[in-house]
Design a protein. Structure first.
Length: 451
């Protein structure tokens, strides 16, 4: 008796409607076995919603395991494309079947015969065309998706927090302020675990760290998706979004035994790797009772140099040394940085001031029209003139101008006098608000890079 396995695969709802459902395939297989006295059904293997281009299918893998275990003599399925639509995967699987003396039959395509050289050649050629058809289907689907994205239409019913779907487009909903609050809280703390607790306590939202990270990196929040820069209305300010991206790269992990002020900020200037914080022990004097005092210091090291010996920077940098250096140098270096930036970007700054002036005039003109103080013709005429001015200004200098107001406001603070009273998280937040990197080389030369 031939031990027969029925393999069934359905990848789309459309196949069900076209008479290719699991029930239809199973009925066809059962009928085929019943019509042969020398066949007995061993098991039925079903993969639902999986493409024939993929090799990783749950029941398909179980079927191959049973082939290797010698439990099957013949595999039957309705058509060849139910078995495979990828030539390379088909050939690799056929090698396994040949080694274990297992044949297969496409019930509705009896001309496929793997027992003869001509039959194998016919199967191989058919697989090439099946693979081409599958790839063309994939290309057509991708083309539809690209067209939807270009027109700002959603690809599925899943929406980011703060958005809902209206006429196939994403629009902000009542949860938009919640999304903004989450972004702002993460920028404040730089800690995923703390942000997750904040979401649960404040809004009743229970998410995983991976889900939160996906949310914080979703460009739809700034109105962008793939190549469409105007995919949907933005909820999150661009400066806030990109500041969050910067902090995600240096995310503070919870559960650590020690808290470090400059975690993620100290970078090796020799190899560009982030220097990790660790504890350095030092033996002190012996007490009267015979015990010895042990001192612990927070230090930063380049693991590429100290542990792996791939970098010349093998020095330890004490956290207290960095703090003292920053408190001494931050004010003069920040003042110099602002002055140099403004001098270097003076034309762009002037252009930006002109642009804001014209935009202000356009808003005033709009207010005059809305309050019936000017006619529609007057509004159109003056607006056209202002638009021409704005176009001319934009052509003068298109360089983006960095807003340095937060750095100037920082200099107005008397942070030096209150610094000693700050906790470690507060000190970390203070430095992260203005410093992008603290670069240290193998000679312990320190260079501050501001945001």
């Amino acid at each position: 008796m031939l031990r027969v396995a029925i393999y069934i695969r359905v990848s789309t709802d459309k196949q069900v409607k076209d008479g290719d459902s699991m029930r239809d395939q199973l009925a066809t297989g059962q009928k085929y076995i019943d019509s042969h006295e020398n066949m007995i059904l061993v098991d039925t293997y079903i993969d639902d919603g999986i493409s024939g281009q993929k090799l990783k299918r749950d029941d398909f893998q179980r079927l191959i395991d049973d082939v290797r275990a010698g439990r099957i003599d013949l595999i039957i399925f309705t058509r060849l494309d139910r078995w495979f639509r990828n030539l390379r995967h088909y050939l690799n699987t056929q090698d396994i079947l040949d080694k274990h003396g297992v044949s297969w039959t496409a019930i509705e395509q009896p001309y496929f015969d793997t027992s003869t050289p001509h039959g194998r050649a016919f199967v191989n050629n058919s697989m090439i065309w099946a693979e081409l058809e599958a790839q063309n289907d994939s290309d057509r689907i991708l083309g539809v998706f690209d067209d939807k994205v270009d027109n700002g239409e959603v690809l599925s019913g899943s929406t980011p927090l703060g958005y809902t779907i209206v006429n196939k487009h994403l629009v902000p909903d009542d949860d938009a302020p919640t999304a903004v609050a989450i972004f702002q809280y993460y920028r404040k703390t730089g800690n995923l675990s703390m942000t997750l607790r904040y979401m649960e306590s404040e809004f009743g939202l229970v998410r995983s760290a991976a889900s939160l990270k996906n949310m914080l990196t979703n460009t739809k929040y700034i109105g962008e998706f793939r190549d469409n820069k105007n995919y949907c209305p933005a909820i999150i300010d661009r400066d806030l979004f990109f500041d969050v991206q910067r902090l995600l790269k240096i995310n503070i992990k919870s559960g650590k035994k020690h808290d470090y002020i400059f975690s993620g900020l100290v970078v090796c200037d020799d190899c560009d790797h982030i220097m990790s914080g660790c504890q350095q022990r030092a033996r002190g004097r012996v007490r009267a009772d015979g015990t010895r005092i042990i001192y612990k210091y927070s230090v930063y090291r380049c693991r590429q140099g100290v542990n792996l010996h791939r970098c010349p920077n093998r020095k330890l940098v004490f956290e207290t040394t960095l703090e003292k250096m920053l408190l001494e140098r931050i004010r003069p270096e920040l003042e110099n940085y602002i002055a140099e930036y403004e001098v270097a970007n003076l034309p762009a700054l002037r252009t930006d001031a002109k642009r804001r002036s014209v935009e202000g005039k356009m808003q005033k003109l709009k207010d005059l029209y809305l309050n019936d103080l000017i006619t529609m013709d007057e509004f159109k005429l003056d607006r056209e003139k202002l638009l021409m001015q704005l176009e001319k200004i934009n052509a003068e200098d298109s360089r983006p101008v960095k807003d340095l107001s937060y750095l100037k406001n920082f200099l107005k603070m008397d942070f030096e006098s209150v610094y000693d009273s700050l906790s470690i998280p507060e000190r970390r937040e203070l430095w992260r608000s203005i410093v992008k990197e603290i670069r240290v080389d193998h000679d312990k030369n320190i260079h501050i890079i501001f945001l």
